[in-house]
Design a protein around this ligand. Structure first.
Ligand code: CTP
Length: 402
């Protein structure tokens, strides 16, 4: 797992829901490290939180000040996001005023990460002017508050004070981990299924050797996250890369072009297909299970056979996605080649890259978007920025069609 949340479980009956949350996050590929406050440990045990998170649970500041394994400053920065659930009136009051007298409050003061508070308390405590002032202070400082929901509470009263459900908390966490700046960021691609190929393929020569290329997968993975951030359901069919798994998407790992095609075909139907993968054009015919020995037959002869063109096959299939985008890596005549690919592979858009420089494997890209209605050249920018711009272009494409 690659993304990590530091979850502070405060003292409240809703603490049991935080145990469900840990499991839900794990299912979405997000690891959780838990701080259990003294109040929290009245409702759930360190053993249950530790078993679910698969990590040691931290509760006491003085365990850490020995600095034997991890100091409290390091702990507070050891995650991509800090989540306080349930966030009690007391924890939020401390955070709003900079009081640091236990591990949880010290962590909240020391962290350099964004914090998501998920309040749970009695309705009168929630509505109390002091709590509302503290919540406002935290919001003004750029922290996030999710809920509370209205409903019947454990104390028998009715009103706002119930902690949000684990699913909603997990969605909010995913949203923030994807880089969205607000909990209710617009999701124009919600309900759309996007299928993306990314990375290189590896074509075996024998069990230890292969043909491949320099694709890092960075651009494809960035597009996957950008589409997910706009609400799309994303399936990533990835060749071998060294990249962390993107949050909240289904990943199918493959090696060869033929496996990539099979994975894509069995993932259809989809509304969007984007072929970002640098699919090897050829595979070695008859690559066997035995290592080729160099001393036996002189120089080995490799016979190449053409790989299936995944993009062309998907765009001709009876399940053709409504929007198909291909990539064109070119070193010369970029636009002319991209236009030819648009027609030849029956795509709606081609993203052309000039790869004569350091685009492959680098962190930046200059894209030219070629469609039937013309071309648009984007300036050089990071692959993440370019991915966001492409995701917004896709959202607009569907808005215009509607
Ligand atoms: N592609 C694919 N399957 C292949 C080869 C390419 O799906 N076997 C997809 C790539 O993911 C990309 C697009 O086709 O979206 C363009 O690939 P590229 O290698 O640039 O173009 P080719 O069609 O192979 O043409 P050429 O090598 O002549 O540039």
């Amino acid at each position: 797992m690659d993304k990590r949340v530091l979850l502070i479980i405060g003292g409240g009956i809703a603490a049991y829901k935080s145990l469900f949350l840990i499991r839900l996050l794990a299912k979405r590929g997000i690891a959780t490290r838990v701080i259990l406050t003294r109040g929290g440990s009245e409702f759930v045990t360190p053993l249950s939180a530790g078993s679910l998170s698969g990590e040691r649970v931290f509760s006491d500041l003085w365990d850490l000040t020995a600095e034997s394994e991890m100091g409290h400053i390091e702990l507070s920065r050891s995650a991509d996001l800090v989540v306080v659930a349930p966030a009690t009136a007391d924890l939020m009051a401390k955070a709003a005023h900079g009081i640091a007298n236990d591990l949880a409050s010290t962590t909240l003061l020391a962290t350099d990460k964004r914090v998501l508070f998920v309040p749970a308390m009695n309705v009168r405590m929630w509505e109390a002017p002091a709590t509302q002032r503290n919540v406002q202070t935290l919001k003004n400082e750029g922290q996030y508050i999710l809920g509370p929901d209205a409903g019947e509470m454990a104390c028998g009263e009715f009103g706002f004070g119930r902690m949000s459900e684990p699913e909603a908390i997990a969605d909010a966490i995913e949203n923030l981990l994807l880089g969205n700046q607000s909990l209710d960021a617009p999701q124009p691609l919600k309900g759309r299924h996007a299928l993306i190929t990314a990375g290189p393929t590896r074509e075996p020569i024998d069990p230890v050797r292969y043909l491949s290329n320099h694709s890092s997968g960075k651009q494809g993975y960035a597009i996957v996250s950008a589409l997910r951030a706009l609400g799309a359901d994303v399936t990533l069919v990835s060749g071998p890369t060294a990249l962390p798994a993107p949050v909240g998407v289904k990943i199918v790992n493959v090696e060869t072009a033929r496996d990539m095609l099979t994975a894509c075909e069995s993932t259809l139907p989809a509304d969007i297909f984007i072929g970002v993968a640098a699919v090897a054009d050829w595979h070695v015919k008859g690559a066997g299970h035995k290592k080729i020995k160099k001393d036996k037959h002189g120089l080995p002869e490799l016979i190449l056979a053409e790989n299936p063109d995944i993009l062309a096959i998907i765009s001709e299939s009876k399940n053709r996605p409504a929007l198909i985008i291909g990539f064109a890596a070119e070193t010369d005549n970029v636009i002319a080649h991209a236009k030819a690919k648009l027609t030849k592979k029956n795509c709606d858009m081609i993203v052309a890259n000039d790869v004569s420089g350091d685009v492959m494997g680098g962190d930046e890209n200059a894209m030219i978007i070629v469609s039937k209605s013309g071309e648009q050249a984007w300036p050089r920018m990071t692959k993440h920025k370019a991915a966001k711009k492409l995701a917004l272009t896709i959202a607009t494409y569907f808005e215009d069609k509607a």
